[in-house]
Design a binder for this molecule. Structure first.
Ligand SMILES: Cc1ncc(COP(=O)(O)O)c(C=O)c1O
Length: 383
């Protein structure tokens, strides 16, 4: 029996819903990874990713693997044993970033903030300036909390200290306009299953010339798979075999990027902002409140505090079973305390917000609460 997945509205932290065009693209016949009909697609995908990252970096490409593979690739190339690396940690993905650097032998200096709070910029600046910092790493949109990091001041501090600035934009790429060259981001990695609305399995990465210089002078051997020279060998003009590119994933990301281009990034970013604002407006009548203040919040992910006495697992199971809606649970210290609603890519739409709010109301009623669903829907529906 072939597997037939049930219809589920994906409003969790990713994967996000994919469009029919992206699904069809992924179902197209394979070509060889060196086939002349396939290779131009690689160039097109790279050009479109450059535009999304806001960069002219030659080394901008989707590596095989999920967002964590991009993180490993960046860390493996840019960190050498004993390098002082300042990492902003205000959520689970900052913790992961710090751990990846530590495993590579970096001397990690953590600048921590409470989960749900932004990083303190003065603390970041002080930590960067306090030693021979080689790298500064932050998560742009912290998916475990829904906090957005202000990149510009941290980039300036890193630049002043002669450090490279590295950004996890797994959740922000395709949902927020990025201007990495203007800001001074030296390397970044992302994923496909969030605001790009493609399936998980590729990690777009970008390395500035400064970052590449550091990678090429790294005294430690870089894992074969992530070696920037070998990656460039395939994605650049040589077209030298490095690993077998995941052909149909590349069809899918190309189709997803076509949709980004057709919509235009400013309109797409506005759509994400509007969907998040509608969701936030609808929470209070349900007796719910967001974890993060509006001015610090990411548009694509909203963490919502559970109402007193509501069981997280039962609440989310109710949404999935009765309403066919997936939302995420809390991570780390927020486990059981919040649920996370992703309005990402194709999913960032007012109609999904209204459907979600009605379902939250139903789940809250089932848990003995008294939500005002009509008021929630009216608030979300009115700008
Ligand atoms: C901010 C952030 N960084 C890194 C990751 C890891 O990505 P993946 O799960 O695709 O490996 C995620 C995944 O949710 C994320 O949200």
């Amino acid at each position: 029996m072939p597997f037939v997945p049930p219809e589920v509205l994906l409003l969790g932290p990713g994967p996000s819903p994919t469009s029919t065009a992206v699904q069809r693209a992924q179902a197209m016949p394979q070509l060889g990874h060196l086939d002349p009909a396939f290779l131009p697609l690689l160039d097109e995908v790279q050009a479109r990713l450059r535009s999304l990252f806001g960069t002219t970096n030659a080394l901008t490409l989707p590596i095989a693997g999920t967002g964590t593979a991009g993180m490993e690739a960046v860390v493996a190339n840019l960190v050498a044993r004993g390098d002082r690396v300042v990492v902003g940690v205000h959520g689970v993905f900052g913790q992961r970033f710090a751990e990846a650097v530590r495993r590579r032998g970096g001397d990690v200096v953590v600048v921590a903030a409470e989960f749900g709070q932004p990083l303190a910029l003065e603390a970041m600046t002080a930590a960067i300036a306090a030693g021979p910092t080689r790298l500064c790493c932050v998560v742009h949109a912290e998916t475990s909390t829904g906090v957005l990091t202000r990149l510009e001041p941290i980039a300036a501090s890193a630049r002043a200290a002669g450090a490279l600035f590295v950004v996890d934009c797994v959740t922000s790429l395709g949902g927020i306009e990025l201007e990495f060259d203007r800001i001074g981001v030296d390397a970044a990695f992302s994923g496909t299953q969030k605001c790009l609305s493609a399936p998980p399995g590729l990690s777009p990465v970008t390395f500035s010339p400064r970052a590449l210089a550091k990678a090429h002078s790294n005294p430690e051997p870089v894992p074969f798979y992530f070696d920037t020279r070998l990656l460039t060998g395939y994605f650049g003009p040589d077209r030298a075999y490095h690993y077998t590119a995941p052909i149909t994933m590349l069809y899918a990301i190309a189709a997803a990027l076509d949709e980004v281009v057709a919509e235009g990034m400013p309109a797409r970013a506005a759509r994400h902002r509007e969907a998040a604002a509608a969701l936030r407006r609808g929470l209070q009548p349900l007796g719910l409140e967001p974890l993060v203040k509006a001015e610090d919040a990411t548009p694509m992910l909203t963490a919502i505090r559970h109402a007193h006495g509501v069981d997280d697992k039962a609440f989310r199971a109710f949404l999935r079973q009765r309403h066919g809606i997936e939302v995420g649970g809390g991570l780390g210290p927020l486990a059981g305390k919040v649920f996370r609603v992703g309005l990402m890519g194709h999913g960032a739409r007012r109609e999904n917000v209204l459907r979600a709010l009605a379902a939250f109301g139903d789940a809250l009623r089932a848990a003995g609460q008294r939500p005002d669903v009509s008021a929630a829907l009216a608030a979300a529906g009115n700008d």
